[in-house]
Design a protein around this ligand. Structure first.
Ligand code: SF4
Length: 427
């Protein structure tokens, strides 16, 4: 798999894009994780991977979206973004995830990317604003990889994203990126309506023949003002996604990212391990994108380094959620999320102001932590890179939750029932 992937990447990506990926993300990215590990040994936390939602606006209306896409536009301006990135660079960071809303609707995105040639940006986008001109400007900078979200074939895409002709418009943007020689990825939030269409070897091979370099399979999280819990995957489907990813990593010449498992296949939460935290469109420093509460803001005059290092709110979130689960504390224990928010008097960072009511409306459900169903990495590259640079960094030393008890309950629920649907998804 690997020689074919490397060969086609070297043949299709622009040399400057390859150089920036190898140096700004590869070498400097690993150094930032090593610095992160050293900080942890000193009992200090600053995430090597910072995710910035630079605005709330978007042209689509996806099911299960937790962003205030219908609210008045809020953009983080270039000055506050540059200050934040400079502050993170001072901690040794070089990689940033750029989210929204739709980042290419932000009036200063290209200036932001151009202002930091020593960094590497992964832009989470629906691709619909990426014209040939935009794509060639990005390729000329080289320090950007567009991660383009595709949520289904034609009909499913329109349904999932609340608009018309969604897939074609997205594929146009994707092709512009590939034609410009950008390292380009495709992301999917796997759910009931697209698992049959996009969790297939056939779809991956289609992406390979189109020239796509990597994919990221998220799993649908029923959160936000329109949760659509019926779209969420059942435990046995979560295992199916994991098995598929591990198998395809050894077979199809395309890189496959995930953020929820270590090299042994043990579940983890990037927020609990502290490897990533999130900044919302109003500047709130949030534990992760779907925990829309904050006790601090990036406009804090102390600067982002000290503000995040000294945040009791973030510390409590990491430690308490790690104590209760290796999975997603939002899905499994919305009550615990509420408890921490109230304890720290954290603000609701949504413009709609209903984040607490949404937590109250959630039904606890299984997430990626399914003891007894671990699927270890098979391909040596993923095994090594996760072992050294994407583990749980010791976050689960005192996870109280008895994995055995939980595994027993899970096995009961994974018992095939006549109609093939598990009796419950509740942990
Ligand atoms: S809390 Fe859930 S959504 Fe947030 S980083 Fe952890 S696993 Fe992901």
């Amino acid at each position: 798999m690997l020689p074919a992937l490397v060969y086609r990447t070297l043949r299709t990506a622009r040399p400057k894009c390859l150089h920036k990926f190898a140096w700004n993300f590869g070498v400097k990215g690993l150094v930032s994780v090593e610095k992160f590990k050293r900080r942890i040994r000193r009992g200090e936390y600053f995430p090597p991977f910072l995710y910035l939602s630079i605005l709330n606006s978007c042209n689509l209306r996806c099911q299960g979206c937790w962003v205030d896409v219908e609210a008045e536009r809020h953009e983080l301006d270039l000055d506050v973004l540059n200050r934040t990135i400079e502050g993170a660079k001072a901690q040794g960071n070089s990689f940033f995830g750029i989210l929204g809303g739709e980042p290419f609707m932000h009036s200063q995105l290209m200036d932001l990317l151009a202002a930091h040639p020593d960094c590497y940006f992964q832009v989470f986008t629906n691709g619909q604003f990426i014209t040939e001109k935009v794509a060639s400007r990005l390729a000329a900078m080289g320090n950007v990889t567009p991660l383009i979200s595709i949520e289904g074939r034609d009909l499913t895409s329109d349904e999932r994203r609340g608009n018309k002709d969604v897939l074609n418009r997205t594929l146009r943007g994707l092709d512009h990126c590939l034609k410009a020689g950008l390292l380009t990825g495709v992301a999917t939030s796997v759910c009931q309506t697209n698992i049959g269409e996009l969790l297939t070897e056939g779809w991956l091979r289609e992406l390979v023949s189109r020239g796509v370099h990597y994919v990221w399979y998220h799993t649908y999280r029923p959160v936000g003002p329109k949760m659509n819990p019926a779209l969420a995957l059942r435990p046995e489907q979560l295992v199916e996604v994991r098995k598929f990813v591990v198998e395809m990593r050894s077979r199809v010449p395309i890189a496959i990212i995930d953020a929820y498992y270590d090299h042994r296949g043990q579940a983890l939460c990037p927020m609990s391990t502290g490897i990533s935290h999130h900044v919302g469109p109003t500047g709130g420093i949030e534990p992760c994108p779907i925990i829309q509460f904050a006790a601090e803001n990036i406009r804090d005059p102390r600067g982002i380094g000290i503000t995040m290092r000294d945040s009791a709110f973030l510390k409590d979130f990491r430690e308490l959620s790690a104590r209760h689960t290796r999975g997603c504390v939002v899905l499994e224990r919305p009550d615990l999320v509420k408890e921490i928010v109230v304890k720290h008097g954290a603000r609701d960072t949504t413009l709609r102001g209903t984040a607490m009511a949404e937590l109250d409306a959630m039904t606890p459900r299984f997430s990626q932590w399914l003891p007894g169903e671990e699927v270890p990495e098979r391909h040596w590259m993923y095994r090594l890179s996760k072992k050294f640079w994407f583990s749980d960094f010791g976050a689960y030393r005192d996870t109280a939750q008895d994995a055995e008890g939980r595994a027993r309950k899970l096995r009961q629920q994974l018992q095939p029932v006549p109609n093939g649907i598990s009796s419950s998804t509740q942990p």
